[in-house]
Design a protein around this ligand. Structure first.
Ligand code: SAM
Length: 236
């Protein structure tokens, strides 16, 4: 926890009050927090700065906020379309991509996504929110990503893709494509990452027909969470 991300409901005037066990335990056990210590805090959706810990009890920590005038880091110019991975992989991937600065994520169904994944508790709003918050706390950022769920590949192709591609360069990460993933690119990107079994040929064909470019990351087949991290680092 490199940032204490404050929900607006936790702030009253110049004070912030934390009452959740996760952060209080982290402050006590990992930071070995003492009254008087300073921490980096940020208002969800707003600015960041320093705060002094003024009270620490079993069930509440109180901070006095100082100047919160620091902007969060800039977002990455990417909309990530991620074929829904298995729940544990989803949790880790959401944390990584949030820490890396992705602000728009679509979780998409595709042929090789297990249908049961859509029933997972990991897809509940509060669970997704939790992983996004962990990513923001890690990276010192305050802007929550938008996460949309899209349970049909064909409806996505027909109803959403043309609009998304109007002002973005579509890139499909798929092993075996002739071109390598570009480096340090300018402009907005729509980045597709496939499921653990990969996109099926028909899906790749449809994405390419719609105007996306296929690309690869070399001969090593990476797990989704590793592939996403490698792709974002290389693209930006
Ligand atoms: N057996 C699958 C295949 O060959 O497509 C592997 C899928 S991989 C575990 C999951 C996703 O990560 C892929 O669909 C792709 O989007 C991305 N990925 C992993 N390694 C990659 C590579 N070397 N080049 C391009 N994309 C890769």
């Amino acid at each position: 926890m490199n940032l204490i991300l404050l929900d607006p409901s936790e702030v009253k005037g110049a004070y912030a009050y934390l009452t959740d066990t996760r952060r209080i335990t982290h402050l006590r056990e990992v930071h070995r927090a003492c009254v008087g210590d300073y921490y980096t805090v940020g208002l969800q959706g707003g600015k960041m700065g320093k705060a002094q810990l003024t009270e620490l009890h079993e069930t509440q920590a109180t901070f006095t906020l100082e100047n919160l005038n620091e902007l969060p880091p800039p977002p990455l110019p990417v909309h990530l379309v991620l074929a829904l991975p298995r729940p544990r992989m989803l949790a880790r991937t959401l944390e990584h991509v949030t820490a890396l600065g992705v602000k728009n994520i679509t979780l998409l169904h595709s042929k090789r996504v297990e249908k049961s994944y859509w029933q997972s508790p990991e897809l509940r709003t509060e669970k997704i929110h939790h992983h996004l918050v962990l990513g923001l706390e890690q990276a010192r950022d305050t802007q929550l990503p938008n996460v949309a769920l899209c349970k049909g590949f064909r409806p996505f192709l027909e109803e959403q893709l043309p609009e998304l591609l109007k002002d973005r360069r579509g890139l499909v990460a798929h092993p075996g494509m002739p071109n390598a993933c570009p480096r340090n690119i300018d402009g907005n990107v729509l980045l597709f990452v496939g499921p653990e079994g990969g996109f099926i040929p028909w899906e790749v064909e449809k994405l390419l027909e719609a105007g996306c470019e296929g690309m690869h990351l070399g001969p090593r087949i990476l797990r989704v969470e590793t592939a996403v991290t490698a792709l974002l680092s290389r693209l930006f």
